[in-house]
Design a protein around this ligand. Structure first.
Ligand SMILES: Cc1cc2nc3c(=O)[nH]c(=O)nc-3n(C[C@H](O)[C@H](O)[C@H](O)COP(=O)(O)OP(=O)(O)OC[C@H]3O[C@@H](n4cnc5c(N)ncnc54)[C@H](O)[C@@H]3O)c2cc1C
Length: 403
């Protein structure tokens, strides 16, 4: 065996898993199809950003990548303001209510990845094989062999599919998925508004989908506008002025005038859940196991908790002198993560359906519900703690404890 663990996909989740297992006796290969940019011009923000929870921040701190993110650029937010565009329902969340310095952070995806890759390079037990795709997978009684494009073969005890929503590894294993397309796409862009965002996430629920303004440094906001695929295509193609007008009309004037914007992109939205997270000598993490609607920014956070959990399970198995590719070991990870992932997916799906419904009774109920929830402080605080990833059966790294 060349390696113990073969991770296919060196995205944010695969790279987190590798770093979590850095400086351990396990030998790791990360096979990644694309070369990640490590440098970019100071001005301008990545189109893709992630709202990361306290639990995810703890994992990044525990595995030593957090300083690399802070050094580049992170944007904490203290408040969240959510409202229903079709009624008067509003709910506010404030970090001060639960004695926390912030509710979470907005971090550009390229910043997260650059810090992870920088950290990965420090460890002698991790090899990044990139840019290259995998072309063949063979599983044997005692291990797996991957053939890479170009013919190189690498062997390990277990393969981890961290290769995203269309996972090649998942398809090779014949693991089916349950889910549906939302008939929505998310338009993303960076926008400058005349009024400062005041370190607040702003989210407006419209019948066509939610529109979020996520605070970035310098008074900029990263927007995620979920809407019909046809509307999304129009929004991406519009001239800057027409796009800003459309955005102003949809969002209103809570942040003053929409002043300027840059490039735009659109991503189709879907819900997809792997029926199993593991098979003989094979296991799935992150979007390869579950893809969800981004309305509450939880997809990456679930994936990072997967990575922290799998690292703990694999290391524990090694200490107990168990075979780390054994199905009984991998099932332990699946049992730990599946219920939590499913609960968050179901909650996001229900929110999406509740707020995109034009039925008069539902509209009334959700607006009354938002107002009641806003007043019910203990329940609201529980909800905040859950959304920050501070409750539940967390792995050690999510509590900022070393493995
Ligand atoms: C508009 C939008 C906004 C979002 N906002 C948030 C947010 O605020 N907070 C949050 O928590 N989540 C958010 N998400 C979800 C989040 O982006 C994903 O959950 C996250 O990117 C999943 O990471 P991953 O590493 O599992 O998969 P990916 O990011 O898809 O990475 C997979 C990696 O595998 C590589 N790969 C694929 N196939 C192969 C192969 N055959 N061989 C080698 N390499 C391969 C790819 O190149 C890639 O690097 C958002 C999603 C969208 C669409």
């Amino acid at each position: 065996m060349d390696y113990d663990i073969l991770i296919v996909g060196g995205g944010m989740v695969g790279a987190t898993l590798a770093c979590a297992l850095g400086d351990t006796p396990l030998r790791i290969a990360v096979v990644e199809a694309h070369e990640a940019p490590s440098e970019w011009p100071e001005e301008g923000f990545d189109l893709r950003v992630s709202a990361i929870t306290r639990a995810t921040q703890c994992v990044f701190e525990a595995i030593g990548v957090w300083p690399g993110m802070v050094r580049r650029r992170v944007s904490p937010y203290q408040r969240m303001h959510v409202w229903d565009a079709t009624g008067s329902g509003v709910i506010d969340f404030d970090a001060a209510d639960i004695g926390e310095p912030d509710l979470g952070l907005i971090v550009e995806n390229r910043v997260i990845l650059a810090a992870l890759l920088e950290r990965m390079a420090v460890f002698d037990n991790i090899e990044l094989i990139s840019p290259v795709r995998v072309s063949e997978l063979e599983r044997h009684d005692d291990g797996v062999t991957l053939t890479l494009e170009g013919g190189r073969r690498v062997g390990g005890r277990v393969i981890v599919g961290a290769d995203g929503a269309n996972s090649w590894v998942r398809r090779q294993a014949g693991i089916d998925t349950t889910g549906w397309a939302y008939d929505q796409s998310a338009v993303v862009a960076t926008v400058k508004t005349s009024r400062h965002h005041r370190e607040t996430c702003w989210q407006c629920f419209m019948p066509t989908g939610p529109l979020a303004f996520l605070p970035l440094p310098g008074g900029y906001s990263s927007i995620v506008w979920s809407t019909t695929p046809e509307h999304a295509a129009e929004l991406v193609k519009m001239e800057e002025g027409a796009f800003l007008d459309a955005l102003q009309l949809a969002f209103g004037d809570r942040l003053g005038r929409m002043e300027s914007t840059g490039p735009r992109g659109a991503f189709p939205l879907l819900l997809r859940h792997a029926n199993r997270y593991c098979d003989e000598r094979l296991v799935l993490v992150g979007n390869a196991a579950h893809a969800i609607h981004p309305l509450a920014g939880q997809g990456l956070n679930l994936g990072i908790t997967d990575a922290a959990t799998l690292a703990e399970v694999l290391l524990q198995a090694r200490e107990r002198k168990q075979d780390i590719g054994d199905l009984a070991v991998l099932r332990r990870y699946e049992r730990w993560r599946k219920a939590d992932n499913l609960a968050v997916m179901a909650a996001m799906d229900s929110f999406k359906r509740l707020f995109s419904n034009n039925n008069g009774i539902l509209k009334l109920l959700r607006n009354v519900g938002l107002k009641l929830a806003d007043k019910a402080l203990p329940a609201k605080n529980l909800l905040i703690r859950r959304a920050m990833g501070l409750s539940g059966d967390l792995p050690r790294l999510s509590r900022n404890r070393p493995l």
